[in-house]
Ligand binder design. Structure first.
Ligand SMILES: [Zn+2]
Length: 347
């Protein structure tokens, strides 16, 4: 057993310093994980995100910034739009329904910057892009009506999965009771003719395929029996674009997310309600949590942000040039479903 753990730790080190799975690491502050600090102050705060988006809007002629509603605590919720031609196919990227899953937003912000440079020149002529970054800003800022005292990260704030009222927004896509979910459905989902959507999340840092191979992320299409077959086929093609862009990278190892069929989550609910081809992408490790096995040290930030940027850029390009339509989706049949590494405590 001990030897296996050492091997896993070595594999983790190759994946840019995975935090060892130590049950006693909770609340150790700067010594967290035995080798690093998880400092949340390096992430964009909500107000830094707002001014970043406003600056990009001023710089980029094709970018339109819209406020789609307010969070429980009154923070404006933003939608970034590139909508040159309503006849073009449209993709939506959604980040941070869960406030403690922030590297997806960091990647989306970088992607928005790239859309204003020569690197992505011409792509918005052929695809409409909608981005809702940080749907849960109250959770992201730890501005919530419940205690975060046992969360492990240090820095100027804690980040939590739930919104200010302690509700999981990604279980609210049928009833749509929370203001954040309402804003998304009323002012984005129901307002635009969206073809594809990637819902970006973070999962625990301890997920593996093939027994002990740590994954950089996991993906999944809608798995409710009520999804239209054509919509499902589109989701699988979207996944194929992402897989082919990420998996060959030295840092990229994707597994299949073991997801259920509940339509309260966006991957299933939005696919059924609006006929949108959805894809869930779970990046490795969260920005903060009260469970240390879910959090990943900030030395991993670089490759996880890159994983998000690569995902967003590869999919808009494949939709813009139409190559998504002929994508081979057979990899899904052999993509290993991820499992959770047993922690030392469990063994
Ligand atoms: Zn999540």
């Amino acid at each position: 057993m001990k030897k296996k753990l050492i091997t896993l730790a070595a594999a983790g080190a190759l994946l840019l310093s995975a935090a060892p799975l130590q049950a006693d690491a909770v609340g150790n502050g700067p010594n967290y994980g035995g080798n690093e600090t998880i400092n949340t102050s390096i992430l964009h705060t909500y107000s830094e995100l707002a001014s970043y988006l406003q600056k990009q809007e001023a710089k980029q002629q094709d970018l339109e910034l819209e406020v789609i509603g307010q969070s429980v605590k009154g923070r404006d919720l933003y939608l970034v739009k590139y909508m040159k031609n309503p006849e073009n196919p449209t993709i939506l990227f959604l980040t941070q329904q869960h406030g403690n899953e922030q590297l997806t937003t960091e990647g989306a912000l970088e992607f928005i910057k790239h859309l204003g440079t020569g690197k992505m020149k011409g792509v918005t002529d052929n695809v409409n892009i909608l981005i809702v970054p940080m749907l849960n800003p109250d959770g992201a800022m730890g501005d919530v009506d419940f205690s975060l005292d046992d969360y492990v990260a240090s820095g100027d704030r804690h980040l939590t999965r739930y919104n200010a009222l302690g509700v999981d927004l990604n279980r609210d896509h049928v009833t749509k009771i929370q203001p954040e979910t309402q804003a998304l459905h009323s002012n984005v989902m129901q307002k635009y003719d969206i073809d594809y959507m990637i819902d970006l999340h973070h999962q625990g840092a301890d997920r593996v395929i093939n027994g002990d191979e740590l994954v950089s992320g996991s993906i999944l299409y809608p798995t409710t029996p009520n999804v239209d077959q054509e919509v499902l086929a589109g989701s699988k093609k979207l996944g194929a674009v992402v897989y082919d862009a990420i998996n060959p990278k030295g840092w990229g190892t994707l597994g299949k997310y073991p997801g259920g069929s509940a339509e309260t989550i966006s991957r299933n609910g939005i696919a059924v309600e609006y006929g949108i081809s959805t894809l869930l992408f779970e990046m490795r490790g969260m920005s903060d949590h009260n469970d240390p096995n879910r959090v990943l040290g900030q030395k991993s930030n670089g490759y996880l942000i890159k994983q998000t940027i690569t995902t967003l850029e590869s999919t808009v390009k494949a939709i813009a040039d139409g190559s998504i339509d002929s994508k081979d989706t057979s990899f899904w049949d052999t993509l290993p479903e991820q499992t959770t590494l047993p922690s030392e405590e469990d063994e």
